[in-house]
Design a binder for this molecule. Structure first.
Ligand code: GLA
Length: 381
């Protein structure tokens, strides 16, 4: 049975399910987010954790990297679980995080050889993934301290995060003023609005790198989750995970998620593309393309708990990464070791390496323009 949020809340209250420690708001249209100290960086900068709750969804966000440190949603019986992989300490985020929960900028995913040419000038970026630049370079937005302002607006609660990236940072041209808004709505949706402006022509591709496990982080692999993606094509990659430029049909391949099926069904098929990323780690070309309003593009469901997440976005691409590089060397938030496939990312984005692929939707941002994108995660059980 598909319960709506209000039913769930009532059900949870009736079952005596309690709010998380820290006493977040119980009702829709909840109160202001609550701030607590999470840790201190080596240079003395204090990092805070903000807790917010609305419509049955609970979110904890760090000022470091805009990281979603915890995302709790109920199952069909009202039992909460943290469905995002992460750590309990700031030290772990600083020293060994594979982008757990983080905001990604200036450029989500890879730029080949960490180099691109814009208006006749070639820019060399910070290279941090063999010969390529990944997720904004060695010190991307995931490793920056953001200004965070809480807000309540009608029945919404949320956080406004801002970070200004200096001209030349990680090799990118232009001062990029970035604002990201996390909103929890009264129906428990988690909405992300990205905005950026520049003072010189540059490229920009912002996303969020939450690793989802709808059975709860640390509970084992997500291969039994059912996934659908509204995409008839994907962008094949070379062995360095840089798109070849081709838009290949998903029909008849392990990349066909047009109808819901389990994540693990084809993960061991000896398709050459699966060998490059040790599993699924590709950009799906969303059939809807770039849109002015977020449109539904993917649904992820854990049949055992009933927890279901629907994603809507304005973006033209979705990087689906099946947690292939998790290798049992990290201990997560709840004290369990993360192994391969224990979480998956669904990163709404423009396509990887777009600055070097004129045929892909453009990621160029010029002075006077505003980069805008929105992604909404809706939960039910
Ligand atoms: C992205 C990439 C992956 C990997 C992860 C981080 O999703 O596509 O190849 O680099 O980030 O580990």
């Amino acid at each position: 049975m598909e319960l709506n949020r209000r039913t769930l809340l009532t059900g949870a209250a009736a079952a005596g399910v309690t709010a998380a420690a820290g006493g977040a708001a119980h009702a829709a249209g909840g109160r202001k987010p609550v701030k607590s100290l999470f840790g201190t960086l080596a240079d003395g900068t204090k990092v805070y954790r903000w807790s917010l709750e609305n419509g049955g969804t609970r979110l904890k966000v760090l000022s470091y990297g805009g990281i979603v440190q915890s995302l709790e949603i109920p199952d069909r019986r009202g039992r909460y679980a943290n469905v995002s992989l992460g750590f309990g300490s700031l030290q772990d985020y600083v020293t060994k995080s594979p982008y757990f929960g983080a905001l990604i900028g200036r450029y989500g995913n890879r730029i080949g050889a960490g180099r691109f040419t814009l208006d006749g000038r070639t820019y060399q970026l910070s290279v941090n993934d063999d010969a390529n630049s990944l997720h904004g370079g060695a010190q991307g937005f995931d490793k920056r301290v953001w200004d965070v302002e809480p807000f309540t607006r009608g029945t919404d609660v949320g956080l406004r995060l801002s970070y200004t990236s200096a001209d030349g940072e990680m090799g990118y041209p232009g001062t990029l003023r970035t604002k990201v808004t996390y909103t929890l709505t009264r129906s428990g949706d988690w909405r992300i609005d990205y905005e950026a402006t520049t003072d010189r022509a540059t490229v920009c591709n912002l996303t969020s790198h939450v690793y989802f496990n709808l059975a709860g982080e640390g509970s084992g692999p997500v291969y039994g989750h059912e996934l659908s993606i509204a995409a008839s094509r994907y962008t094949p990659v070379d062995p360095g995970l840089i798109p070849t430029g081709e838009l290949a049909e998903v029909a008849g391949t392990p990349f066909d998620f047009r109808r819901a099926r389990t994540v693990g069904e084809d993960i061991r098929v000896a398709h050459p593309q699966l060998l490059h990323g040790k599993g699924l780690d590709h950009n799906w070309v969303l059939d809807k393309g770039v849109t002015g309003r977020p449109e539904h593009i993917a649904t992820l469901r854990d049949p055992a708990s009933g927890r279901t997440m629907r994603i809507a976005t304005t973006e033209p691409g979705l990087q689906f990464y099946s947690g292939n590089f998790l290798d049992g060397s990290l201990v997560g938030t709840g004290g369990s070791v993360y192994r391969q496939g224990d979480g998956l990312c669904l990163e709404t984005q423009h396509f990887p390496d777009s600055p070097n692929r004129p045929s892909f939707p453009s990621t160029v941002l010029r002075p006077g323009q505003v980069h805008r994108s929105t992604t909404v995660h809706s939960f039910s059980a």
